[in-house]
Design a binder for this molecule. Structure first.
Ligand SMILES: NC(=O)c1ccc[n+]([C@@H]2O[C@H](COP(=O)([O-])OP(=O)(O)OC[C@H]3O[C@@H](n4cnc5c(N)ncnc54)[C@H](OP(=O)(O)O)[C@@H]3O)[C@@H](O)[C@H]2O)c1
Length: 334
């Protein structure tokens, strides 16, 4: 291994609670111990990365730090019996980019148990169009399917539909035959969401009930929620008998004010989604589906590709809820 330095985004705490970020040269000795050294070719931008890049201690405890919860690349050192040099792999979740130097750098070093062999026929680039957002969408869709909700049972609501998790949930659900109602706050994204496969598009105000009624008209067979707060509370009141909702995000609010009535009068189930700690066997199963049967034809069109230098601006944009679909980062050429 001749390479001793590499380029990475470094977030620094300049003074208490004041953070800055820049692309800097790091030493390979700055990387944590691990079994697997990976040359990162692609990463992607997730909401959590923006939190890490702006000093959110709930995500990253100590700085200086390199964010990036997603990385796709090739093994250049280590791997034991599981991987050989040159194998294409992806790492999403676990502690990558949180308190472990992440995918916004040209090299990562991680435990071998964090890496998934790239499933064929997906390319490394496509794996990052999915990234954590797509994997989370996949986990959410799997819960809807495993719950026994069939396309014939009715519409599935997806909230935060123009975002990363949302647009991929809309795309995968419609790919496998569900009728999807996409909720968005962006009036200009109708065409994009229609291209993703949404059957209907509603403004998010429509699912922000202020009436305090314990239940609303049954409207959805299932819900993939990515925003939390009153939107999830309203969705729960609108789910038909024995339906289910998944909950993965908190961009609207981490609070959930609900009553027990959706659960005890309609038998509604609320599933929590935690992509970071998903067990490896299940993780591989979901990636395999995303690589084949669940792969939307238009996957490439969901992605905006940027360079590491453009990350800074896009971190601000994702925090403002202004990004559409997925933002992937070409970290370096092979
Ligand atoms: N649990 C897990 O394992 C896991 C994994 C990945 C992500 N997440 C979480 O899932 C959420 C979505 O992640 P993402 O990567 O898809 O983020 P994203 O690309 O920023 O998308 C979030 C979307 O939510 C909507 N939104 C933004 N601000 C809002 C507000 N104040 N009220 C209501 N809706 C708002 C917007 O869509 P519209 O304009 O279309 O409504 C936005 O595009 C985040 O909270 C993230 O942390 C969790």
């Amino acid at each position: 291994m001749a390479q001793t330095t590499f380029k990475a985004m470094v977030v620094t705490e300049d003074s208490p609670d004041r953070f800055s970020r820049r692309i800097a040269e790091k030493s390979i000795h700055d990387l944590p111990p691990g079994d697997l050294l990976i040359k990162v070719l692609y990463s992607s931008l997730n909401y959590k990365d923006a939190l890490s890049a702006t000093g959110n201690r709930g995500v990253t405890k100590s700085y200086p730090h390199t964010p990036g919860i997603d990385a796709a690349g090739v093994v250049i050192e280590g791997g034991g019996d599981d991987f050989k040099i040159g194998d294409p792999v992806l790492v999403t979740g676990y502690d990558l980019g949180m308190n472990t130097s992440g995918g916004f750098g040209q090299l990562i070093r991680v435990p071998v148990g964090w890496a998934v062999r790239k499933p064929d026929p997906l390319t490394l680039r496509e794996s990052m169009i999915y990234g954590t957002a797509g994997f989370t969408a996949g986990l959410s869709v799997a819960k809807i399917v495993e719950h026994g909700i069939l396309p014939s049972h009715g519409d599935i609501l997806v909230t935060g539909a123009s975002g990363g998790v949302g647009s991929l949930a809309v795309s995968v659900l419609s790919r496998i035959g569900y009728s999807v109602v996409a909720s968005t706050g962006k009036t200009g994204e109708k065409e994009f969401l229609t291209q993703c496969g949404a059957k209907a598009i509603i403004h998010r105000d429509e699912i922000n009930d202020k009436s305090k009624r314990p239940l609303l008209k049954s409207r959805f067979a299932g819900v993939v929620d990515t925003v939390g707060g009153d939107f999830l509370a309203t969705a729960l009141k609108s789910i038909a008998l024995h339906g289910a909702a998944t909950c993965c995000g908190n961009v609207a609010s981490p609070e959930l004010h609900t009553t027990v009535f959706p659960f005890i009068l309609r038998g509604v189930t609320l599933y929590g989604i935690d992509s970071a700690n998903s067990p490896m066997e299940y993780r591989r199963k979901i990636w395999k589906k995303l690589a084949a049967d669940w792969k939307p034809d238009h996957l490439d069109r969901l992605a905006n590709e940027i360079s590491p230098a453009e990350l800074d601006r896009h971190i601000d944009l994702i925090l403002q809820g202004k990004l559409r679909g997925r933002t992937i980062v070409r970290i370096q050429n092979p």
